[in-house]
Design a protein around this ligand. Structure first.
Ligand code: IPM
Ligand code: MG
Length: 371
């Protein structure tokens, strides 16, 4: 029996607990059938944590996350907490985890699966075969930069401000993640910024270029303004392999890339910290790209695939379990190819099912594929 793998599971709010339930089914199956034993802790985050203990990211959750080998995160937020003061919003749960654990590189794959080509709002010819990895910086930039605030001026008018700031080391380390990934893919990085209007963007372009020249001359590097990238994603998405961007542009462009695939309900992500030179380990958090979807929460109709695919990324990136990750990904693709669809990816002629039927079907497929 391999050593226990310590997982912290944070279901969060909205559809988080429902889709996480389907992952628990997969974990149980892997436990039984593939002798992968996980030691699972649960924790509070987001609105639920605000209600229970008055903080969107309690210290106890951060401590558990530090102690775990990997964190599987659901989603946070909902209308119930929308009117809370800015400093108490559920979203701070994920932001604090990223910051405190030093999770600086967010990997967001946008892959158009063949069975779902028709679910995209773009023409099938444009999106068929799209396979993009957005690498987003997640502990710097305008999300955390100081000064920030809303101040009242002497004339009584208010003024809001944020600071987009990057140290060159922050740019270099996330650029290395993007170049390393590109080498395992189609060997191309498109680095996005607004070097034409932003000083931090000018530095971004310069540093990415330096890292490229010194360490990755074999990888193709292209610099692109972020607005142009948004346009190109919609018109010629197949030109992209790895897209590298700062916290804000990465946030926006990863949603856009995700939309190309036809459903946010299908897309996972991984956020990685630096490898500790002594232990060889790194902190890592895995979460679906979709949010808490309060409009459908509790109805049993949410698509569990993104959460399950996030677990596949966890198997691959935190534990090197490539074979098990591939098995799970293949099982999900098989279920889709067989015609089952949750509401978000429903197509004419397909069978519409809810969260748990989808989860059960994936387990059945795992069973078949591994027989
Ligand atoms: C994301 C989300 C978060 C972000 C929110 C919930 C704070 O949009 O993970 O992309 O902006 O980073
Ligand atoms: Mg976002």
């Amino acid at each position: 029996m391999p050593a226990n793998k310590k997982l912290l599971v944070l279901p969060g709010d909205g559809i988080g607990p429902e889709v996480m339930g389907e992952v628990r089914r997969i974990i149980d199956w892997m436990d039984r059938r593939r002798s992968l034993s996980f030691e699972i802790e649960e924790g509070l985050v987001g609105g639920g944590a605000i209600d229970a203990v008055g903080s969107p990211c309690p210290d106890e959750t951060v401590a558990k996350a530090r102690a775990a080998d990997a964190v599987l995160f659901g989603s946070v937020g909902g209308p119930k907490w929308d009117s809370l003061p800015f400093e108490q919003r559920p979203e701070l749960g994920i932001l604090r985890l990223r910051k405190d654990l030093g999770l600086f590189a967010n990997l967001r794959p946008a892959v158009v699966l063949d069975p779902l080509v028709e679910a995209s709002s773009l023409k099938p010819d444009i999106v068929r075969g799209v396979d993009i990895m957005v690498v987003r910086e997640t502990v710097g930039g305008v999300y955390f930069g100081e000064p920030r605030g809303v101040e009242t001026l002497p004339d009584g008018k208010r003024r809001g401000f944020d600071t987009d700031v990057y140290h060159e080391d922050e740019i270099a380390r996330v650029a290395r993640v993007a170049f390393d990934l590109a080498r395992k893919r189609r060997n191309k990085v498109t680095s996005v910024e607004k070097a034409n209007v932003m000083q931090s963007g000018r530095l971004w372009r310069a540093v990415v270029g330096e890292v490229h020249k010194a360490e990755y001359p074999d990888v193709q590097l292209e610099n692109m303004y972020a607005d142009n990238c948004a346009m190109q994603l919609c018109s010629r998405p197949k030109q992209f392999d790895v897209i590298l961007g700062n916290n804000l542009f990465g946030d926006v462009l990863s949603d856009l890339a995700a939309a190309l695939t036809g459903s946010l309900g299908m897309l996972p992500s991984a956020t990685l910290g630096a490898v500790d030179p002594t232990t060889g380990k790194r902190h890592a958090l895995y979460e679906p790209i979709h949010g808490s979807a309060p409009d459908i929460a509790g109805k049993g109709v949410a698509n569990p695939c993104a959460q399950m695919l996030s677990f596949a990324m966890l198997l691959r990136w935190s534990f090197g379990l490539e074979e098990d990750a591939k098995l799970l990904e293949a099982a999900i693709e098989k279920v889709l190819a067989g015609g089952l669809r949750t509401a978000d990816i429903m197509q004419p002629g397909m069978a519409r099912v809810g969260t748990s039927v989808m989860g059960e079907a994936v387990v059945r497929e795992l069973e078949k594929l591994s027989a």
